[in-house]
Write a protein that binds this ligand. Structure first.
Ligand code: 6PG
Length: 246
C-alpha cells in the first residue's frame, strides 16, 4: 500500500518532472569514488525527465558524477535495440548519448537471445556479476541499486510486473520474463522482480495523467490491493512524484 508520506503531488506536469529530475540528480550526487548503480524504466514518461537530466537545466546535470554511474534497466521489451519500442533505445537517444558514462558501464537487457526467458537468465547473471561483492558482504539475496526510476501504468503495473501475472509473484529470481503483458505494447518483456525493486536505496516513481489516478488511488487506499504499485515498498527512500491533471 502506498504510504501518503511518500507522495509528492503537483498541480502541473512541468513541476512534477522538475521535482523528479531534482530528486534523481540528488540521488546520483553520491560523494566519494564508488560506483553509483541506477536502473531505468521505459515508456514515454522518462523522455522529458531524461531531457531535463541531460540538458543540465536548473543546473541538474552538473556535479552529477556521471563517470561513476553504472546503468541497468528495470525492464525491457523483447525487441532489437533499434526498435521504436526498445527501452534501451529510448534511454540511449534521450539521455545516454549525451552523457560521459563509459560504454562498459552500460548494461542493457539482452534481447538477442533465443527467448525472453533466456534473456532474463542471462541478465540475472550479469547483475550477479555486478553486485557479487555487495551481495556476499551484505549476506543479502538481492542487489541494492542506488537509484531505481519507475513509472506506473493505468492498470497499476510498475516495471513489467503486471497485475495477476506470474512475474509479480516471483520472490527468488532477480530477473524474470513476461510472455504476455496483456496490455500495449503487447510485446514479451524482461523485468526486474519485486524483491529487487524493494531492495533499492532510493526509488523515484513518476506518475502523471488522469488515466492513472484510479489505480494510484486504489494502491493508496486499499490495504488489500494486489496491484503492483501497492506491493512496491522499497526499504530505502521512496518518492511517488505525481500529477493527475492532463
Ligand atoms: C515499460 C515501462 C513501464 C512504464 C509504465 C508507464 O517498459 O513500459 O518500464 O513500466 O513505466 O508502463 O509508462 P508511460 O511512462 O509510457 O506512461
Amino acid at each position: 500500500m502506498i504510504s501518503r508520506d511518500t507522495i509528492h503531488d503537483f498541480p502541473n506536469v512541468e513541476a512534477a518532472y522538475a521535482h523528479a529530475a531534482r530528486r534523481i540528480a540528488t540521488a546520483l550526487r553520491v560523494p566519494g569514488s564508488q560506483r553509483i548503480t541506477i536502473a531505468l524504466s521505459g515508456g514515454r514518461s522518462p523522455i522529458k525527465l531524461f531531457e531535463l537530466l541531460r540538458s543540465g537545466s536548473e543546473g541538474l546535470s552538473k556535479d552529477i558524477p556521471w563517470e561513476r554511474v553504472v546503468v541497468c534497466w528495470v525492464d525491457e521489451r523483447f525487441v532489437p535495440m533499434d526498435h521504436p519500442e526498445s527501452n534501451f533505445g529510448l534511454a540511449r537517444k534521450w539521455l545516454l548519448s549525451s552523457l560521459p558514462i563509459p560504454e562498459e558501464q552500460i548494461f542493457p537487457m539482452p534481447t538477442d537471445r533465443p527467448s525472453p526467458e533466456q534473456s532474463a537468465q542471462d541478465y540475472e547473471q550479469t547483475l550477479r556479476g555486478l553486485f557479487a561483492s555487495e551481495v556476499e558482504s551484505a549476506a543479502a539475496n538481492f542487489p541494492r541499486f542506488d537509484l531505481v526510476l519507475l513509472g506506473m501504468g493505468p492498470d497499476g503495473h510498475v516495471a513489467s510486473l503486471f497485475p495477476g501475472k506470474p512475474a509479480l509473484d516471483e520472490r527468488k529470481r532477480w530477473v524474470t520474463h513476461v510472455p504476455e503483458p496483456g496490455m500495449e505494447p503487447n510485446i514479451p518483456r524482461i523485468t526486474l522482480t519485486l524483491p529487487v525493486l524493494n531492495h533499492a536505496r532510493s526509488t523515484v516513481a513518476l506518475v502523471t495523467g488522469s488515466k492513472k489516478q484510479p489505480a494510484f488511488q486504489e494502491a493508496l487506499t486499499n490495504p488489500r490491493s494486489a496491484l503492483p504499485a501497492a506491493l512496491l515498498a522499497p526499504q530505502g527512500d521512496m518518492a511517488w512524484v505525481t500529477c493527475f491533471t492532463d
